[in-house]
Design a protein around this ligand. Structure first.
Ligand code: UDP
Length: 450
């Protein structure tokens, strides 16, 4: 590493909470290793520069209208981002290159795998690029499996096959495959092919750990053209102070948690995008109330269809649960999961939430909603066996049973023990000498030699 040169790295983030978090964590990690960081981001869901004075932020217009965003068709939104950001990104990079001093050259572009237009621009301008994968190796393999099954004519599959194992990926059933229901199949497969193919990029940074996915990584290396892969997860543990919430965190829930017994509270959050309808909300509410367990529930404004916030909670619910329940709009999730009172997490199994939960040794109730969440839920419940999955329509008796299985029964205690064991393995990965720690050192060397 040339200490005279300030190596600038341009990070291209994708405008969703579950993608902004790992990208800004990566920025924080690389900044601590001496790189100068520029974050290129869209105007949509712009991160807050004031929270990261160490970064240079460069917004680019993505040109999405309010209607396009409101339609909620994620596939079309991501395809549009890739179409519309390419030229503004290229212009911005050229501007930066014209202004750059010799000691501040852009040495590398790191982009979120959903923002694949970045690779094309980097290649055109002769700048090395690296892709950041913010979901699991299993989820990439499941995407490759979908593309193959489609070529072989297995997709779309009939309902009768939904419980069958996927031939090349037996951990998953057909119903666990992240086949998207948004938009047209043609657009979905187009997006999938782009995201799986890293084209001219020279390496992959993966927010995962060898102790979780080593054998899957070996399989991935066999299936795709092998290039260096740096598994440096869980990245939030390398950047504990990095905070990038788009919504305001309500820390009052920590005071509420302080008053609860150890391991007694069920934390519930379905992440930044998933939503429920009023009926599901009512079933969840009564299931929680009838379980008699204390709970901390994140209900995002607008996350119940047709409701601003919690006005569609069923009548009598608040009076029934009283102080046993705490409801917030957005929580400081990593602090919540690390709190000794939290004994379980009802999660949608987004990859960040899954990593954050595993890192704290908390067992889970999995209720995946879409995309890679189904794959993560399968691994949590059937491979690592640190959670149980709620599979059928949400129904209060089933919810009550699931909560008690996790929080009260012997079965939940065993899951908690396995979760604690896994937490120790994860700690060994990111502590000095561990696989993620070493991988990060190799990444820094690799980037310095670009
Ligand atoms: N999160 C948070 N507070 C909340 C709910 C979620 O800080 O009340 C964070 C969570 O810690 C995670 C991210 O939002 O880092 C959600 O990402 P994930 O991949 O789990 O799910 P997504 O939102 O992408 O579906």
């Amino acid at each position: 590493m040339d200490s005279q040169r300030c190596r600038r790295v341009v990070l291209v983030s994708c405008p969703f909470q579950g993608h902004i978090n790992p990208m800004l964590q990566l920025g924080t990690i690389l900044s601590s290793k001496g790189f100068s960081i520029t974050i290129v981001h869209t105007q949509l869901n712009s991160p807050k520069p004031s929270k990261h004075p160490e970064f240079d932020f460069q917004p680019i217009p993505e040109g999405l209208s309010k209607q396009e965003i409101a339609c909620g068709n994620l596939v079309d939104i991501i395809l549009a981002l890739n179409e519309r950001c390419r030229i503004p990104f290229q212009k911005r990079l050229i501007q930066m290159m014209l202004q750059q001093e010799s000691h501040d050259e852009i040495t590398c572009i790191i982009y979120d795998d959903l923002m694949y237009f970045s690779e094309e621009v980097a290649n055109r301008l002769n700048i090395p690029s690296i892709v950041l994968r913010t979901s699991s190796v299993a989820s990439l393999l499941s995407r490759l499996a979908i593309l193959q099954l489609k070529d072989e004519g297995y997709i779309p599959f009939p309902d009768a096959m939904s419980q069958d194992q996927v031939p090349d990926f037996r951990t998953l059933r057909f119903k666990d495959l992240p086949i998207c229901e948004f938009g047209t199949p043609k657009n979905f497969y187009q997006l999938l092919a782009h995201v799986c193919d890293i084209k001219t990029s020279s390496a992959v940074i993966w927010n995962t750990m060898d102790c979780l996915e080593e054998s899957l990584l070996a399989e991935q290396q066999l299936k795709q053209f092998p290039i260096p892969i740096f598994t440096i997860g869980p990245m939030h543990k390398f950047a504990p102070a990095c905070s990038s919430s788009l919504l305001k965190e309500d820390s009052s829930c920590i005071e509420w948690l302080d008053k609860q017994d150890p391991n007694s509270v069920l934390y519930i959050s379905l992440g930044s995008m998933a939503s429920t309808d009023e009926k599901e909300l009512a079933e969840m509410a009564w299931g929680l109330a009838n379980s008699k367990q204390p709970f901390l529930w994140v209900i995002r404004p607008g996350s119940t269809l047709g409701s601003e916030w919690i006005e569609s909670l069923p009548e009598g619910f608040m009076e029934t649960v009283r102080e046993r329940g705490c409801i917030v709009k957005w929580a400081p999730q990593r602090d919540v999961l690390a709190h000794p009172s939290v004994g379980g997490f009802w999660t949608h199994c987004g990859w960040n939430s899954t990593l954050e939960t595993i890192s704290e040794g908390v067992p889970m109730i999995c209720r995946p909603c879409f995309a890679d969440q189904m794959v993560n839920a399968r691994f949590v419940s059937h491979v690592w066996r640190i959670g149980l999955q709620l599979e059928n329509q949400l129904e209060r008796n089933e919810i009550e049973r699931a909560v008690r299985r996790l929080m009260v029964d012997e079965e939940g205690e065993e899951m908690r023990k396995r979760a604690e064991d896994l937490k120790e393995k994860v700690e060994a990965c990111f502590k000095k000498g561990g696989s993620s720690y070493n991988s990060l050192s190799k990444l820094v060397e690799f980037m310095s030699s670009q």
